[in-house]
Design a protein around this ligand. Structure first.
Ligand SMILES: NC(=O)c1ccc[n+]([C@@H]2O[C@H](COP(=O)([O-])OP(=O)(O)OC[C@H]3O[C@@H](n4cnc5c(N)ncnc54)[C@H](OP(=O)(O)O)[C@@H]3O)[C@@H](O)[C@H]2O)c1
Length: 266
């Protein structure tokens, strides 16, 4: 008889699962037998991912296409999930975007959209599913922040601040859930191969000179392993870990100058 996989009987809701890290995170959960609910805006891509993962890993995979940046989108998503008779054991808050450049002259809708998606939707979904996780004493939340979470980001100010929120929120919830059986992990990737850079415009900044980006697959595997172990924070890669640890020891002005330099046009 085949051994029961760790996630069998549980469902993971993965946001931003049409491309990039979200697809690979979904695959990590599917490999361990979790059923999936995948969400993002691109319906065709979502369906392709769902079909592939369901067939490869013999799990159920549902999709809900919607813009999570809209007010109330988290509630709408949860209502749709409930109306299909599905439940959520693990919430993976991965959907997010950034835009490089000074605040002055930037597009207000783009800046506020980052807050709505990276912060608001993540908080809304967590608050919706949190009570039932605590009640069942299992499952949990895997939030995707960034190495940007560890310091302010001149020339990408809103994005860095949004990820600082994600890190702070995740660590606080990790402590609130400690001992309950509910896991909380915050995945903090450094530069990673995905469509993120295209949308963010970070390919035109000095950030691109900081070495080869990691693959989305390896980043996702590290995040998934951290979640399984209830590891509070996972910074991907040795160099990223060192930079994240070093930051707080630098004089604040020097840190701000360094990030300003890295975020400047190449
Ligand atoms: N790549 C990096 O270098 C890097 C580094 C650190 C942290 N991160 C973080 O990693 C996470 C995943 O990013 P990625 O690198 O995989 O980028 P990506 O390839 O651009 O994927 C972003 C995902 O979010 C979805 N999304 C974007 N806007 C959305 C919206 N309004 N509503 C619903 N879904 C939306 C996208 O799907 P649709 O376009 O179909 O909606 C896509 O599935 C993000 O939180 C990002 O901040 C990335």
């Amino acid at each position: 008889m085949a051994r029961k996989r760790k996630g069998e009987g549980q469902t993971a809701l993965v946001t931003g699962a049409s491309t990039g890290i979200g697809v690979d995170l979904a695959e990590c959960f599917a490999r361990d037998g979790y059923d999936l609910i995948l969400t993002a805006r691109s319906e065709a891509l979502l369906n392709e991912v769902a079909e592939r993962l369901a067939a490869t890993h013999k799990v159920k995979a549902a999709t809900v296409a919607l813009d999570l940046g809209r007010q109330g989108a988290g509630r709408k998503l949860a209502d749709e999930i409930a109306s299909r008779g599905l439940s959520v054991d693990v919430l993976v808050n991965n959907a997010g975007y950034g835009t490089a450049g000074a605040l002055d002259g930037s597009d207000a809708a783009e800046q506020l959209g980052m807050v709505d998606l990276n912060v608001r939707a993540l908080t809304e979904l967590t608050q919706i599913y949190w009570p039932q996780m605590l009640e069942k004493k299992r499952g949990g939340v895997l939030n995707v922040a960034s190495t940007a979470a560890f310091q302010p980001g001149p020339l990408m100010a809103v994005y860095y601040a949004s990820k600082a929120f994600v890190l702070s929120f995740s660590e606080a919830l990790w402590r609130e859930a400690l001992g309950t059986g509910v896991h909380v992990s915050c995945l903090c990737p450094g530069p990673t191969v995905s469509k993120f850079r295209e949308r963010a415009g970070t390919g035109k900044t000095k950030l691109k000179n900081l070495g080869t980006p990691m693959s989305a697959e390896s980043v996702a595997r590290m995040g998934y392993r951290a979640f399984r172990k209830n590891q509070r924070v996972m910074v991907t890669g040795f160099r990223n870990r060192m930079l994240a640890r070093l930051g707080p020891f630098l004089p604040r002005k020097a840190l701000l100058n360094t990030v300003h330099n890295i975020q400047s046009p190449a």
